[in-house]
Design a protein around this ligand. Structure first.
Ligand SMILES: Cc1cc2nc3c(=O)[nH]c(=O)nc-3n(C[C@H](O)[C@H](O)[C@H](O)COP(=O)(O)OP(=O)(O)OC[C@H]3O[C@@H](n4cnc5c(N)ncnc54)[C@H](O)[C@@H]3O)c2cc1C
Length: 446
């Protein structure tokens, strides 16, 4: 977990006029609902609720003249590591920046404010029959997702969210507003796709949407009891053998009521119903003789959960992950056995590969593109030491880390999330775009 703190106290007298209405100080009615993020409590000295480029520039100027205070940048506030809040510091909060505009109707190019929740991006696109691949949790916002990765149920067919980004509008540490795309500031464009607020503040994200008016969605639920290892292995085989139109997510956890195991499998075929689609989904419905399943045609947005939860800053679990080659029987047994331990609350596996692996690794700073699955294991927060020791028994089977889905920001995690080549290249980008290290407080990459 990141822990940027200071004892600073600011008053309205410290706030420049141009930020007067954007500044939220402790005691303000708006403070309580913005001080924390999804999983981390916070108590910033000031939150700047900014929408315009000028306000972002003014907030960065304020941060530049208060270098002793931690700085955090926020869009949707779902950083699992708590990177988008702090104690006694400055938060530049773009969560109100939610506009969505069509830039080029022919080419399917759209521009979104960084605070737009990814589920609402989808509902905004659906009247045109367009999609952008997004996380399965739609409250996550465009600004954080498009700079971290974005792994969801279209990953194998359309890639991660940042693979659909065609450009960013960015305000740099010195206040310059630039456009970063493949032709303009290409190194900044590279860095922003994977390392978050390490070189600037994104004020809008441009995507190329893909026409996909409907998907075929299969849901499977099982109470596997002691057949959990067989069910997990059957899913892993199905996911690995599936055509790239199919992406599936496997979630196993124990009921808090009676301790029984529950498995939910959500699978999407990126297209309309057809015999081929039904055949591709069938193995996911047949992972167990007692599995209960259903298949229906829906909008892609219906497969994304967008409840609009308020941020209460409650750490719900310990989050660890890695990428896995095809799971053999021994590896899937090892994962299933984790669920025998009360310290492990959830095993969450996502189908990976396909379109994700088509993108050359040097093209973006999101470099962990090999592997058949993203493996996430969640632990009980009150049993951290025991959980760490159990996780360490399976960790060597996996490689890399998805930085957007872990609460760790230590050196070992960053080295696993970003290769040495990425970190060296990023150091050069930061030297050019943030030479005084204004964003050095942001924990994504040091
Ligand atoms: C309940 C939950 C479910 C999730 N499910 C998934 C999932 O299915 N798939 C998946 O891929 N991920 C998932 N995530 C992880 C999530 O996608 C990432 O944490 C993402 O970065 C969140 O973006 P945000 O804008 O909501 O969060 P924020 O906390 O606002 O931002 C996250 C990071 O991005 C940086 N950042 C935010 N806005 C900007 C900006 N405008 N300019 C520059 N940098 C910025 C922040 O500084 C921070 O480091 C989940 C997270 C949670 C809490």
């Amino acid at each position: 977990m990141s822990d940027p703190t200071s004892n600073a106290v600011l008053t309205s007298a410290d706030i420049p006029d141009e930020l007067g209405s954007a500044a939220i100080l402790p005691g303000d009615d708006r403070y309580e609902q913005r001080q924390s993020v999804y999983s981390t409590p916070g108590a910033p000295a000031v939150i700047f609720a900014v929408s315009s480029v000028d306000e972002v520039r003014a907030a960065l100027a304020f941060a530049s003249s208060h270098r002793d205070l931690p700085l955090a940048v926020r869009s949707g506030g779902h950083s699992i590591a708590g990177a988008s809040t702090n104690v006694g510091g400055i938060v530049i909060d773009l969560s109100d920046s939610r506009e969505l505009t069509v830039v080029d109707e022919e080419a399917g190019i759209v521009k979104a404010g960084p605070g737009l929740p990814s589920g609402l991006l989808l509902t905004g696109l659906q009247e045109r029959g367009w999609v952008v691949p997004v996380p399965t949790f739609g409250d996550t916002a465009v600004g954080g997702v498009a700079t971290a990765g974005g792994i969801g149920l279209l990953a194998r067919s359309l890639g991660v969210t940042l693979d659909s980004v065609t450009g960013f509008d960015v305000v740099l540490a010195d206040g310059r507003a630039v456009r970063a795309d493949k032709d303009s500031e290409p190194e900044l464009f590279w860095a922003l796709r994977g390392t978050g607020a390490t070189a600037g503040v994104v004020t809008s994200v441009e995507f190329k949407a893909t026409p996909l008016p409907e998907v075929l969605s299969a849901t499977t639920t099982v109470a596997p009891g002691d057949r959990i290892a067989d069910v997990l292995y059957a899913w892993a085989q199905a996911a690995q053998q599936a055509p790239r139109e199919v992406t599936s997510a496997f979630l196993a956890n124990r009921s808090k009521d009676d301790g029984s195991l529950r498995v939910t499998i959500n699978t999407v075929w990126a297209g309309s119903d057809s015999p081929e689609a039904q055949a591709a989904l069938a193995p996911f419905l047949a992972v167990d003789a007692e599995a209960v399943g259903s298949v229906k045609t829906v909008l892609y947005s219906a497969t994304v959960f967008t409840p609009g939860f308020p941020h209460v800053g409650k750490r719900s679990a310990i989050f660890r992950n890695g990428f896995s080659p095809a799971l053999d029987r021994a590896a899937s047994d090892a994962l299933a056995e984790l669920l025998d331990h009360p310290e492990v609350t959830t095993v969450n596996l996502r189908g990976f590969g396909g379109a994700v692996a088509d993108v050359p690794v040097e093209e973006t700073a999101f470099v962990n593109r090999s592997g058949e699955y993203l493996v996430s294991v969640w632990g009980a927060v009150d049993r951290q030491d025991a959980f760490e020791s159990i996780w360490s028994t399976v960790r060597p089977r996996f490689h890399g880390v998805y930085a957007g889905y872990t609460d760790q920001t230590d050196e070992e995690t960053l080295a696993a999330a970003f290769s040495d080549a990425v970190r060296e290249r990023l150091a050069r980008v930061r030297a050019e775009y943030d030479p005084t290290g204004l964003f050095a407080h942001t924990p994504a990459v040091r």
